[in-house]
Design a binder for this molecule. Structure first.
Ligand code: HPA
Ligand code: ZN
Length: 319
């Protein structure tokens, strides 16, 4: 098979995709029309995390009703299933909506029902990870966590995203300790080449005790922390096409160095329409700019199922 066909044919798990970041322009225009909103269709450009986020949040304003959230998640699940994704753990950002007056219940119910329906119709398995916006206050994070508790059975874990500058993991130590006590799994973004990246990675691993890190390739700056993630079997969820746009290059060299050292690296899409591709395009891009082998492409998927937050009985179905 051609390499692209091989990549498309592998059973895949995706562990780093933001549902709000899967909003394609045609759906955005459809939702705007449905909700009687005028939206700009100007080309957006971004070259770093801050300028990306400045484009990203305003685009979400078209998400208003439970059906809008349902349609967004369902469209992503159709796309992912079509690319051979069997299991996906999807981030969502409730504060990006509750801060605009949209009720938490509309967001979570729309997403949850899409996962149930897509599971039945397409056989794709999905779970939700609620992200805390790190550039909002600790009080807002704590209130969001409390609000999530009535839907705990629909949420597998808690993550941390948005603008990292000046917002280290330690800012949310109390909130994440409470999340752990409530039984949530924990992950945090440590975006590529951020200020104090290696200290943020250290805090996430040693002070917070996360089970995964999203991005996190700057860990190469500290061999002790590389050994720590190998010893603990902690996964790093990389997103090459995202890195290519918001940092200097796809970080394929770093990714392969870590993979070959025994770190559980996975490859994911982050915000597909913003960064130019879903998981297959990310893997094809990586294969095109590196000497990754087919065995290693399979290893990336084995890693993803292993470090996923599937229940053990479900994990055995996939592995
Ligand atoms: N980093 C931080 N926050 C985000 C991202 C990201 O890649 N995508 C959506 N929110
Ligand atoms: Zn991300």
């Amino acid at each position: 098979a051609s390499l692209t066909a091989f990549i498309a044919g592998m059973p895949k798990a995706e562990l780093h995709v933001h549902l709000e970041g899967t909003l394609e322009s045609p759906l955005r225009l459809e939702l705007a029309a449905r909700n009687g909103m005028e939206v700009s269709v100007a080309e957006q450009s971004y070259t770093d995390l801050t300028s990306f986020l400045a484009a990203y949040y305003p685009n979400m304003d078209v998400l208003q009703t439970q059906s809008d959230f349902y349609d967004l998640a369902y469209a992503y699940l159709v796309k992912a299933a079509g690319q051979g994704v069997r299991h996906t753990e999807m981030f969502f950002d409730p504060q990006a909506h509750t801060s605009r007056g949209i009720p938490f219940v509309s967001v979570i119910t729309g997403y949850h029902e899409a996962i149930v329906d897509a599971g039945r119709a397409l056989g794709i398995h999905g779970q939700l990870i609620m992200c805390i916006l790190r550039d909002h206050s600790v009080e807002s994070a704590a209130a969001t966590l409390e609000e999530s508790l009535r839907y705990k059975h629909w949420i597998v874990g808690i993550g941390l995203d948005s603008d990292e500058r000046g917002n280290p993991p330690s800012k949310f130590a109390v909130v994440f300790a409470r999340a752990r006590d409530e039984g949530y799994r924990l992950t945090m973004h440590c975006d590529v080449d951020q200020e104090n990246s290696i200290e943020h990675i250290r805090q996430a691993l040693e002070d917070i005790g996360v089970e995964r890190i999203d991005h996190g390739t700057n860990i190469l700056e500290d061999p002790r922390l590389v050994q720590l993630v190998i010893d603990r079997g902690i996964g790093l969820t990389s997103c090459p096409l995202s890195n290519a746009i918001v940092s200097e290059g796809s970080k394929s060299g770093e990714l392969l160095t870590l993979l070959r050292a025994g770190v559980k690296i996975t490859v994911n899409s982050d915000d597909p329409p913003y960064f130019g591709g879903y998981v297959v395009e990310n893997l094809v891009h990586l294969a095109g700019i590196s000497d990754i082998t087919r065995d290693e492409l399979v290893l990336l998927q084995r890693n993803a199922f292993e470090v996923s937050w599937l229940a053990e009985a479900d994990r055995r179905v996939f592995l």
